[in-house]
Design a protein. Structure first.
Length: 342
């Protein structure tokens, strides 16, 4: 109950914002996104609208203090901060089968449930596929499976890509990235840009990423069961804690902080600010990550949102999703950690 109360205290602004329009089009309200997710994936009461399939994790972030040169956020002072998180797959169907090529998500609430917490929702992609709420909305509808084939209508997707060349370019970048064997050896990126504020108020544009300390392996040539990705990470964490190096990439004045479909040049300066460790994995339930809305606008002092239009839109839709699933009984998580053999 204390954790839920902490969520409500922090996220009340996002919940209120979610009542208003998103972006420049009046029709793009949070309810419009809710309706679109229901149209594409069906109704699944008690589950998240997106990333419905997931599992809860806990651990900590060991800061080495190097981030303190850029931000006054206490998380980046030298020391250890506990965290709650969630591995997930995208989409609104909690029963979706795991595939090697599916995007993998990692939501983190570092310092949860404290007042100075940092939440971030990351993906194992090099770039995001959209640079506007309208683009995400249109792609969502274009991806609706045809009942006859179970796959998106190719004509609808061609029309979408013709209208959104930024997504077509981003998809090409994503296709060039080889999949890894699982969650544990994936690189996760916070694809939107933010600002770090130092003690003097100077703002530095940044993006962040987590690079695995586990050796990267390709997916197995054969997989068994619809939950093989989750079963693997359950066994991985039972074997030993998983670790990632956290890197902060510093943007330069000509880097666009508003467009998540564009990767910053590889020669940008990276600062290694610490190690993120995940050492416990659980079935989603009240009291763990099942209670958490991984709203990227929940930021500690020392971190501010950039002008990226996706950020307020994500915040609003996440809040709408939370309201709809909060308190709904009978929605058993698809991934049951206790059902996986040692």
């Amino acid at each position: 109950m204390a954790a839920v109360g902490g969520f409500l205290a922090v996220d009340i602004g996002a919940v209120l914002y979610a009542r208003g329009p998103i972006g420049s089009g009046d029709r793009l309200t949070p309810q419009a996104f809710v309706n679109a997710f229901h149209k594409v994936f069906g109704r699944h009461p008690g589950y998240r609208l997106n990333h419905a399939k997931g599992v809860a994790v806990t651990g900590y972030f060991d800061s080495n203090g190097a981030g303190a040169e850029l931000t006054g956020a206490t998380i980046f002072q030298e020391g250890r901060t506990p965290l709650m998180g969630r591995f997930s797959l995208p989409g609104g169907n909690p029963d979706v089968a795991d595939t090697a090529g599916a995007a993998r998500g990692l939501g983190l609430a570092i310092g949860y449930p404290g007042r100075d917490q940092w939440r971030t929702a990351m993906l194992n992609l090099p770039v995001f596929l959209d640079n506007s709420p309208q683009g995400f909305f249109d792609r969502l509808l274009a991806s609706k499976p045809d009942p006859a084939t179970g796959k998106p209508d190719p004509a609808a997707m061609r029309r979408f890509l013709a209208a959104h060349p930024e997504t077509a370019r981003a998809m090409q970048m994503v296709k060039q990235q080889a999949p890894t064997s699982g969650f544990a050896d994936s690189t996760f990126r916070g694809l939107n840009a933010f600002y770090f504020l130092d003690a003097s108020g100077h703002r530095t544009p940044v993006r962040w990423s987590l690079t695995p300390m586990l050796a990267v392996q390709p997916p197995r040539s054969s997989t068994t069961g619809p939950d093989w990705l989750f079963n693997k990470v359950i066994r991985d964490i039972r074997s030993k804690p998983l670790r990632w190096r956290m890197l902060i990439t510093i943007g330069e004045p000509d880097d666009d902080v508003r467009d998540a479909t564009i990767a910053w040049p590889p020669q940008r300066r990276d600062i290694e600010v610490g190690t993120l460790v995940i050492d416990t994995i659980e079935t989603e339930a009240p009291g763990n990550a099942g209670d958490i809305n991984f709203d990227p606008m929940v930021l500690p002092d020392g971190i501010e949102a950039s002008e990226d239009p996706l950020l307020p839109a994500r915040s609003a839709v996440y809040a709408a999703s939370f309201r709809r699933r909060a308190g709904v009984a009978g929605a058993a998580p698809e991934v049951d950690v206790d059902a996986v053999a040692q």
